[in-house]
Design a protein around this ligand. Structure first.
Ligand code: F6P
Length: 462
C-alpha cells in the first residue's frame, strides 16, 4: 500500500502552536485521512524563530509522522500574512478591493514554497502519494518536480477559485496557475470553482479543456481537474454529540434561552464570512417584526483570526459596533438579543450549541464549502430538527439545497428567512432536514478522501 504524504501550511500536531485553535475544515479532514493510510504530514510548525533549522523536526503518533519547520519572522510576514492572506485570500474570495499586490510578499511566497520543497523532498519515498493543500502552497508541486520528485501528486484548493476577470488582476497570474498543471490531480470544492478554473485555463493559457472528462491539457501534459466537495467526519461528530460536554452545553443554551428560540452562527472572524452583513440582516428582522424581538436570541461565536492584518482588525471593529448598537437599542434589563462570543469552542461543545439552536445562520459572502453548515445539520434532533439558513454563495449551497438559501448581501432576504425559520412547522423542518442529513452522512470526509485518492491512483484503504 502506498503511503500518503500530506503537505499543508498548518499541521495539527499537538505541539504546533496555532494549529489547535485555528482548525478550519482542513486540519480535521487531514487527520482522518492520514490515520487511515499512514504516512507523513509536513508543514509549518506555527512557530517563528530568528534562525530556523532547515531540517524538519519530527514526531510519530498513530502511524503518522508529523514533520514541521519553523519560519523566520520575515517569512511569516511575507508568505503567510502577506501573499497568502493579503493577496490570494481576498482575491480568491472575490474581494479585489482588499487584495494587496506587493513584489516583496510575492517573493516571500515563492521563497517559502522553495523552502518547503527543500525540506520535504528528502522525506518522500518512491511509491508515496503526495497531496498538497490550499492556496499557501500552489507552486509547491512544481518546486518538487524541479527537485526530481516523480511521484503522483494532487493539489486540493479549500477556498473558492475566482472568476477569470478577477484573477487576471494578479501580477504574474499565468506563472502561478501554470504551476498547478504540474500536479496530476487538482481538486476544487464545487462545480462553480471548477468551471472558473477551466475558463481561465482555456482563455489565458490556451490549454485544451475536456470538461466532460475533467481534464486540462497543456504542452502535452494532462491534469485531472474535478470537484470533490469536502465533508465532515460524520461518525466522529455524532459521537462527540453524545458526550457529557455536549449535553452540558446544550443544557446551558436551553436554560438560558427558555422561552426564546436560539439562532446560532459560528465563524472565524473573517470578512469573507459576512458577519457585519449578517448583523444587518438580524437588525432588519428586529426592525420589521418588533413584536418578535422577545422570540429570538442570536448567538454568534466568532473566534478572532489573522489579527495582525488590518482588514481583519477593521471587520472586528465594525462587527463590534453593529452588535453593540443592536443590543444597546433592544436589550431589556433581563434580555439581550445578541450574544457575541469571541472564544473558540471544542467540537463537542459546538454540537451541544447546534442541538439547542433551532436556527443555524450561515451567511458567508463567499466560501469554498463551509463545514459549519454541515456540522449544524448533523447535530440536529431527528424528531425536532432546526432550520438551516444558508448563503447561496457558499459551496455547501450546491449540496444542501433544502436549506433556506439567502443572498447574504440583502438584509431583507436574511430577515425574511429568519421569520420563515421561526414559523416553520415541524413537518416541513423534518422534510427539509432529512435529505440534507443524508447528504452530509454519505458525502463525508472519508468519502472525500477516497474519491481524491482514487483519482490520484491509490485507493484509500487499499
Ligand atoms: O479554510 C482555509 C484556511 O486557511 C484553512 O487552511 C485553515 O485551517 C483556516 O482557514 C484557518 O486559517 P489560518 O490557518 O490562517 O489561521
Amino acid at each position: 500500500m502506498s503511503r500518503l504524504v500530506v503537505i499543508s501550511n498548518r499541521v495539527a500536531v499537538p505541539s504546533a502552536r496555532g494549529a489547535a485553535g485555528a482548525q478550519g475544515g482542513l486540519a480535521g479532514a487531514l487527520d482522518a485521512a492520514l490515520k487511515k493510510k499512514g504516512g507523513l504530514w509536513f508543514g509549518w510548525s506555527g512557530e517563528e524563530s530568528a534562525d530556523p533549522a532547515a531540517q524538519p523536526s519530527t514526531q510519530v503518533r498513530d502511524n503518522v509522522t508529523f514533520a514541521t519547520i519553523d519560519l523566520s519572522p520575515q517569512d511569516v510576514e511575507e508568505y503567510y500574512y502577506g501573499y497568502a492572506n493579503e493577496t490570494l485570500w481576498p482575491l480568491f474570495h472575490y474581494r479585489l478591493d482588499l487584495a494587496r499586490y506587493e513584489l516583496a510578499t510575492g517573493r516571500g511566497y515563492e521563497r517559502v514554497n522553495e523552502l518547503f520543497a527543500d525540506a520535504v523532498a528528502p522525506l518522500i519515498e518512491a511509491d508515496d502519494l503526495v497531496w498538497v493543500h490550499d492556496y499557501h502552497l500552489i507552486p509547491l508541486g512544481e518546486n518538487l518536480r524541479r527537485r526530481g520528485v516523480k511521484n503522483r501528486m494532487a493539489f486540493f484548493l479549500h477556498i473558492p477559485w475566482p472568476p477569470t476577470r478577477l484573477l487576471v488582476s494578479l501580477p504574474f497570474h499565468q506563472r502561478l496557475v501554470r504551476t498547478l498543471l504540474e500536479y496530476d490531480v487538482v481538486g476544487f470544492q464545487s462545480g462553480e470553482w471548477l468551471e472558473s478554473f477551466f475558463h481561465y485555463c482555456q482563455r489565458e493559457l490556451g490549454a485544451k479543456v475536456d470538461a466532460a472528462r475533467g481534464t486540462v491539457t497543456l504542452e502535452g501534459r494532462t491534469t485531472v481537474a474535478r470537484a470533490y466537495p469536502i465533508g465532515i467526519d460524520f461518525d466522529h461528530l455524532t459521537s462527540q454529540a453524545q458526550t457529557g460536554e455536549a449535553r452540558q452545553m446544550a443544557q446551558r443554551v436551553f436554560a438560558s434561552t427558555r422561552h426564546r428560540t436560539a439562532m446560532i452562527g459560528v465563524d472565524r472572524l473573517d470578512y469573507s464570512k459576512g458577519l457585519p452583513e449578517r448583523m444587518d440582516g438580524v437588525a432588519r428582522f428586529f426592525d420589521r417584526y418588533p413584536d418578535r424581538v422577545k422570540d429570538l436570541v442570536f448567538i454568534q461565536i466568532a473566534p478572532p483570526s489573522r489579527e495582525a492584518i488590518g482588514s481583519y482588525q477593521q471587520i472586528r471593529t465594525l462587527l463590534e459596533q453593529k452588535t453593540g448598537q443592536i443590543n444597546g437599542a433592544l436589550s431589556q434589563v433581563d434580555m439581550v438579543p445578541i450574544r457575541y462570543v469571541n472564544q473558540g469552542h471544542s467540537l463537542a461543545e459546538l454540537t451541544g450549541v447546534y442541538f439547542a439552536s433551532k436556527i443555524g445562520l450561515v451567511t458567508p459572502l463567499r466560501d469554498g464549502m463551509n463545514l459549519v453548515a454541515k456540522e449544524y445539520v448533523a447535530a440536529q434532533d431527528p424528531d425536532d430538527p432546526g432550520v438551516l439558513i444558508l448563503s447561496r454563495f457558499a459551496g455547501a449551497a450546491q449540496q444542501l439545497t433544502e436549506a433556506l438559501l439567502v443572498n447574504p448581501h440583502s438584509p431583507d432576504d436574511i430577515a425574511s428567512a429568519i421569520r420563515d425559520a421561526l414559523d416553520m412547522p415541524r413537518d416541513e423542518r423534518i422534510a427539509r432536514w432529512k435529505p440534507m442529513v443524508e447528504c452530509v452522512r454519505r458525502q463525508n470526509i472519508q468519502q472525500w478522501t477516497a474519491d481524491i485518492l482514487e483519482d490520484l491512483g491509490g485507493r484509500a484503504g487499499s
